[in-house]
Design a protein around this ligand. Structure first.
Ligand code: TRP
Length: 349
């Protein structure tokens, strides 16, 4: 089987998408469509790993799954040329995860920093799924033998684990892989793809904290569904410092709020920070904020209104997911068949 260059990435349907998700992930997803075959997955099975208060229960999960799908499409992901689907519709994810559970080592999972963070102090109370999360993530990627995985910094360790799993599988089953005619390597090593400005969008209330859906203050973030007035209000209230904007990028050091707002402007306009400072440097925040409001509204409100339109038509969104899942399953089933043969599972046909 030939190894195809493929992009895979996943987004959890666990709550409102915000500007950080958009600039940090979705913008890249859109761009990669030009150069790769892409699969974009709403990872609803991963959502279940956290306590129900986090993912909101069944009604919220379904609503958020459709909302993430709508955000993908409203942002410019083409579900006909590429594949957009939700994980739970392709049962091969769970199936391959089981085999990988038997390849991955407890010691490897014990080193995962995200588990430690998410489990917090009471590790005994964390779900087994939360512990096993990175193994399911490896299955997501390797099921399609994806080679490029656009992820943020926080997911790099999980991606390394995916590489370790791929390599151990290839070693452990090397003889079988060769005797079944799959060559030397069955699963390729997926690489993290960190392209573009890799914008880290920070909270509008505290430039040292990441913009996050779990921040208690809604004013700390711009949600993709916010209307123009809300966006304007949030930016006008955004924390700044009393100095005027610097004229050069190094003047942003130790000014996290200024750095963040300039970074958002640069990312949304596709310009560099120094270019933006060339225009606004020396001026007051108030006039820069006006320009930022205008830019945010111009870029985000078409997305918000398209999302609104899509979410109002859930059966249309569902049909996109069903079609995506059908096409994903066709690839996944091939990998799973071969994997079963390699492992020695007897199967029909
Ligand atoms: N863990 C990723 C996150 O929270 C989501 C995810 C699940 C993912 N499966 C994936 C990302 C596979 C890339 C590839 O951001």
């Amino acid at each position: 089987m030939a190894i195809v260059e493929r992009v895979f990435s996943g987004v959890q349907p666990t709550g409102n998408l915000h500007l950080g998700n958009y600039l940090g992930a979705i913008v890249n997803f859109v761009k990669l469509q030009e150069t790769h075959n892409c699969l974009y997955c709403v990872v609803d099975m991963h959502a279940l790993t956290q306590p129900v208060e986090v993912w909101g229960g069944p009604t919220e999960l379904a609503r958020n799954t459709r909302e993430v799908t709508a955000a993908f499409i409203a942002s410019g992901i083409d579900p006909k040329k590429h594949i957009v689907f939700n994980q739970s519709q392709v049962h091969e994810h769970a199936e391959l995860a089981w085999i990988f559970n038997c390849v991955a080592r407890v010691g490897w999972l014990n080193r995962m920093t995200q588990f430690k963070e998410k489990a917090g102090k009471d590790r005994e109370a964390a779900s087994v799924g939360l512990y096993d999360y990175p193994v399911l993530m490896a299955a997501d990627i390797l099921l399609y033998r994806a080679t490029d995985v656009p992820v943020g910094d926080d997911q790099k360790q999980h991606l390394e684990l995916s590489r370790d799993i791929a390599q151990k599988f290839n070693n452990d089953f090397g003889d079988s892989i060769r005797s079944h005619g799959f060559g030397e390597v069955f699963f390729p090593q997926p690489e993290p793809l960190i392209t573009g400005p890799a914008t880290r969008v920070m909270s509008l209330r505290d430039g040292t904290k990441k913009m996050s859906k779990s921040d208690a203050s809604d004013n700390s973030r711009i949600n993709l569904t916010d209307d123009a007035d809300t966006i304007a209000q949030k930016i006008r209230k955004a924390k700044t410092d009393p100095e005027p904007l610097p004229s050069e990028e190094k003047g942003l050091e130790a000014r996290p709020e200024a750095d963040n707002l300039v970074g958002i402007y640069a990312a949304l306009s596709g310009r560099s920070k120094s270019d933006v400072l060339g225009e606004f440097g020396g001026g007051q925040f108030s006039s820069f904020k006006n320009a930022l409001v205008e830019l945010c509204v111009a870029k985000l409100s078409p997305i918000a209104s398209e999302m609104k339109r899509l979410v109002a038509d859930p059966s249309h969104v569902d049909s996109i997911l069903i079609d995506g899942a059908d096409r994903a399953r066709a690839i996944a089933a091939e990998t799973m068949k071969a994997t079963k043969d390699i492992v020695g599972f007897v199967r029909k046909g």
